[in-house]
Design a protein around this ligand. Structure first.
Ligand code: ADP
Ligand code: ZN
Ligand code: MG
Length: 491
């Protein structure tokens, strides 16, 4: 049964409580505690050394760049950075963790008390608290599939051992699967803006575990939570939470109680399965890492990183709306990526009307790219071409119908807008007398609409413009046409 929207009776009676734990790989050149390359997709077991393999006697040295990136991310997430944090060993046995422990942070994390703003269901916004951002290292990878003898053997790729991570733990402030989706979307945007990670879920550089419980509405005490792992897209996290909320509500409704356990999401079946109960849960026997001194970051260091913070997505959206008079939804789409917003802003500055540039970029070009399943980078139309189209439209040199036809040609032939415009530049009728003649004809043919216009229905002008445009095969100069229609109707 695929997970669908939550049954409404479950939600009227029960309130979901959700907290997310997100692991993010940092884009440093080398690993967290050794000089091995930190690179996805290398030949298995080529980027390894005694330190990241945990061979006896090898000692870790903290990567300063990882501290910089972690601090930058923490500040972007509105956290307070602790001047003195402590690395700890998190002990567990697993074949892809040859050291037998992971270096992490425990009771003295790098940063705490942050928040992310997400849109609220009532149209306003809501702050989701961030409990902590701490540094740790990744483990290797167990490969259970893809080999001839995978049915009987598991292969190990230890390249990922020692990759620097930050873990971002949210407060249990999230109340719906949609809010969880928004939180993750915003979190990813912010991290991409800071460029500390590429946040690629398919490659595992962003991973999320979702904690969820339900409680009867009105009850203050939280219910028992389940932790859902193994979910590899934000959409699936939303679906897994919807499934889990309904499952837990049903357990309680039928007189049972929710078990505290770890569950795995199965995207083919659209459901979660119990993986291990709390009784089998790990006791990680955390203790301070004896091979690393406390991590000290000075107020000067923190101030230096703060100065490197880019303008973040939410602030940028607000500024772009004010500066370019953009529609909220357009600003939202434009600011979703820093590169995209940069490209738009550079173009907008050279155009007559930035709002029109946004329209052409998102609707004409963006719409066609989406329909063809192409990325921005694969567009045949350059930003200069978009500005040209917007300017021509703005000056009334082409009609929006002509612009659409020109863009159709761009995408058919894989040519830029300027090239197509120069070659197929619509022959425009700019002769006022010729247009006037067409206007007269259309007015004569539509007495009822003329009457309506003169009775006060001014929007009828659009009807006449449309009719004349059609009669001119789309070639009447739009600015001139508009002017003449109004003049004739008023006259
Ligand atoms: P654990 O000790 O099981 O790891 P934590 O208290 O560290 O639990 O919390 C882990 C995550 O679970 C956090 O994101 C937190 O917000 C969330 N969380 C804690 N309690 C609940 C609950 N009752 N329901 C839903 N989420 C919860
Ligand atoms: Zn190494
Ligand atoms: Mg925990």
């Amino acid at each position: 049964m695929p997970a669908t929207a939550i049954a409404s009776d479950a939600l009227t009676k029960y309130e979901p409580v959700i907290g997310l734990e997100v692991h993010v790989q940092l884009l440093t050149a080398t690993k967290a505690f050794c000089g091995c390359a930190n690179r996805f997709g290398a030949e298995p077991n080529t980027n390894i050394c005694p330190v990241c393999l945990g061979l006896p006697g090898a000692l870790p040295v903290l990567n300063a760049k990882a501290v910089e990136f972690a601090t930058l991310a923490a500040l972007a997430l509105n956290c307070q950075v602790r001047e003195r944090s402590i690395f700890a060993r998190k002990n567990y046995f697993y074949p892809d963790l040859p050291k037998g422990y992971q270096i992490s942070q425990y009771d003295r994390p790098l940063a705490e008390h942050g928040w992310i703003e997400v849109p609220a269901a009532d149209g306003g916004s809501k702050k989701i608290g961030i409990t902590r951002v701490h540094m740790e290292e990744d483990a290797g990878k167990s490969l259970h599939e893809g080999f001839a003898d995978s049915a009987t053997r598991t292969y190990l790729d230890l390249n990922r051992c020692g990759t620097p991570l930050i873990e971002i733990v949210s407060e249990p402030d999230i109340r719906t699967p949609d809010e969880a989706f928004e939180y993750l979307t915003r979190l990813k945007e912010i991290l991409l803006y800071t460029a500390v990670s590429d946040c690629n879920m398919e490659e595992g550089s962003l991973r999320c575990d979702a904690n969820v419980s339900v409680r009867p509405r009105g009850q203050e005490k939280f219910g028992t939570k389940a932790e859902v792992k193994n979910v590899n897209s934000f959409r699936f996290i939303r679906a897994a939470l919807e499934y889990e909320i309904e499952r837990q509500a049903e357990v309680i409704e039928s007189g049972g109680s929710v078990a505290q356990e770890t569950r795995l999401w199965n995207s083919n079946e659209g459901r979660t399965y119990s993986m291990r109960s709390k009784e089998q849960a790990h006791d990680y026997r955390y203790f301070p890492e004896p091979d690393l001194p406390p991590l000290i970051v000075t107020p000067e260091f923190i101030a230096g990183i703060k100065a490197k913070l880019p303008e973040l997505p939410e602030a940028r959206r607000k500024r772009m709306i004010a500066e370019y008079e953009l529609a909220e939804q357009d600003a939202h789409t434009l600011a979703a990526s820093r590169e995209f917003a940069d490209r738009f802003e550079a173009a907008a500055k050279s155009a007559r009307n930035p709002r029109r540039v946004a329209n052409v970029l998102l609707n004409e070009v963006g719409g066609r790219l989406k329909a063809l399943g192409l990325e921005q980078g694969q567009s045949p139309v350059s930003m200069a071409g978009i500005v040209l189209a917007a300017d021509l439209l703005d000056e009334g040199k082409i009609s929006s119908r002509q612009m659409k036809q020109l863009f159709d040609v761009c995408f058919e032939k894989g040519e830029d807008f300027g090239v197509v415009y120069e070659r197929e530049r619509p022959r425009q009728i700019t002769d006022a007398a010729a247009i006037e003649k067409l206007v007269d004809e259309v007015i004569a043919a539509n007495p009822r609409q003329v009457e309506q216009y003169r009775a006060g229905k001014k929007t009828m002008a659009g009807f006449f413009v449309g009719q004349v445009m059609r009669a001119s095969h789309g070639q009447a100069n739009p600015a001139l046409l508009n002017e003449l229609v109004v003049k004739k109707l008023e006259g």
